[in-house]
Design a protein around this ligand. Structure first.
Ligand code: CS2
Length: 478
């Protein structure tokens, strides 16, 4: 379809006007990690909250941590973009106007610090993915990380933790109020986890005033949920058809969205609760259920499905055998480790998760979910493995998911002979571990299980886990 007029404030069709006039919004939120997920999740809640309260103080300044792509897409569009929702019926589209400014961190790291320190900013949210935190495997900051070390020398910070620390220190200098920092990544106790990283950074550096600001800052935990596959050219064409103008920044999402946030803010916050977010004293049961059920089965289907040559999660979950494994992972291994949050029926939740995965309109690629396994596995699967082993039970299905990752990583081709690309922050380490190990299952397991930044110091020595992995790797490589 040839259509050159771009979405922006001038071209915006009235029928698609955002819920709130973007020109009236001032910036009260800084978001680190301006990927598709943020645009389809927190930005949507924020806009809805503004609509329902009439407040105009919660515009978002989004920060891209690496490339200028999102800025280049959004700048000609006055920050406007749309969310293309793909469910059972026809797709729907909604233009969002809550992102009011975009910065590309590597281009101007000092501007990022200035934004975080802006007294009008009360909340910083983050979606920087697991690897963006630069944590050591047992928690705490990885002080051997060269970028962290470089930030600690006092250069304008390039890491997320460095940005937060410098922003907080600047707030102390200028007397800005206390900040609330909301991690929205799929991590265990993401708020406290992030607080500890910033504390470790502060302890390793010498940033005046930081200790006090850090003390006053809040790091509520939060659980986020919405499936947001990478946007394709076909999605952009579809958005253009629905909008009548071109949106280069469109994001695609399923209809479902959920946000559970610990009710612990240092100052004001958007009325996200009015927009459907749940503010609660304890996020842990929600987060555990989501990570161990949804994200764990997602990873399992990505590796097992990828190995079978399925391109999308929907295809993988339509394979009865794989759907059976995913169900059994939840019922046999995961549910016994969980304390469900009030009002959540875990069996129904598990079924709804698989139904969402089966959404054929989403085209969520197995390769996308398979990315970054070395930092996803510990969060999604290894907690379950440890809890079951501690209860003297065999985590058979959780081990199958880990074994599928091992085969995915070590074999590198699917059943159809297509390459399975290893996209992982620890790819070098994983390849080095496998170097010279050969393809015999016990050797593959030995090589990868020995990577302690993934499996810790306990699991490599666990005979039950090792035996389960070896059996599964053997059956997957037959
Ligand atoms: C997925 C998640 O890519 C992945 O690893 O498991 O992004 C998942 O789609 C979201 O957490 C759903 O809320």
């Amino acid at each position: 379809m040839v259509m050159t007029e771009r979405l922006n404030l001038a071209s915006l069709p009235a029928a698609h006007a955002p819920a709130v006039d973007p020109r009236e919004l001032t910036i009260g939120i800084v978001h680190l990690g301006l990927g598709a997920f943020h645009r389809a999740h927190q930005a949507v809640f924020t806009e809805q909250a503004a609509l329902l309260t009439g407040g105009t103080g919660w515009g978002i300044c989004g920060i891209s941590q690496r490339s200028a792509t999102v800025r280049d897409q959004l700048a000609p569009q006055d920050g406007l973009y749309s969310v293309l929702t793909r469910g059972a019926g026809d797709p729907t589209i909604q233009v969002i106007g809550s992102i009011r400014d975009v910065l590309t961190a590597p281009e101007d790291p000092a501007a990022v610090v200035a934004r975080i320190a802006d007294p009008d900013v009360a909340v910083v949210t983050l979606t920087v993915t697991e690897k963006g935190y630069r944590a050591a495997s047992g928690g705490g900051l990885d002080l051997t990380d060269p970028e962290i070390q470089a930030d600690l020398t006092g250069r304008p910070p390039r890491t997320v933790v460095g940005q937060l620390a410098a922003g907080l220190a600047r707030r102390a200098e200028i007397g800005a109020g206390p900040l609330t920092v909301v991690s929205c990544d799929n991590l265990v106790a993401n708020g406290p986890f992030l607080r500890r990283l910033v504390e470790d950074y502060a302890a390793a550096g010498s940033t005046a005033g930081l200790a006090e600001q850090l003390e006053a800052a809040r790091f509520p935990a939060s659980m986020v949920d919405r499936i947001v596959p990478a946007t394709t050219e076909a999605d952009r064409d579809e958005a253009a058809r629905l909008l009548g103008v071109r949106d280069e920044a469109v994001v695609v999402a399923e209809p479902f969205l959920q946000w559970v946030i610990e009710d612990d803010f240092a100052g004001a916050r958007p009325a996200w609760d009015k927009a459907g977010a749940v503010l609660t004293a304890d996020v842990a049961p929600w987060e555990q259920a989501k990570l161990r059920m949804l994200n764990a089965t997602h990873s399992m289907l990505a590796y097992l499905g990828g190995l079978r040559g399925y391109e999308t999660i929907a295809e993988a979950v339509r394979d009865d055998e794989l759907a059976g494994y995913a169900t059994e992972l939840m019922t046999a291994d995961v549910v016994p480790t969980l304390t469900p949050p009030d009002g959540l029926d875990l069996a129904a939740y598990g079924a709804s998760v698989l139904e969402r995965f089966a959404n054929p309109a989403l085209k969520h690629r197995t390769a996308q979910v398979a990315m970054d396994g070395s930092v996803k596995l510990p969060v999604r699967l290894l907690g379950t493995v440890r809890d079951r082993l501690a209860a003297n039970a065999e985590p058979r299905l959780a081990s199958l998911a880990v074994a599928a990752w091992m085969v995915y990583v070590s074999r590198g081709v699917d059943a159809k002979g297509n390459e399975l690309h290893l996209d992982d922050p620890q790819a070098g380490k994983l390849r080095a571990a496998l170097d010279g190990a050969g393809s015999q299952p016990p050797a593959v397991v030995d090589a990868l299980l020995g990577v302690r930044s993934v499996f810790g110091d306990d699991l490599p020595d666990n005979k039950v886990f090792r035996a389960l992995l070896t059996d599964h790797v053997a059956s997957l490589t037959k």
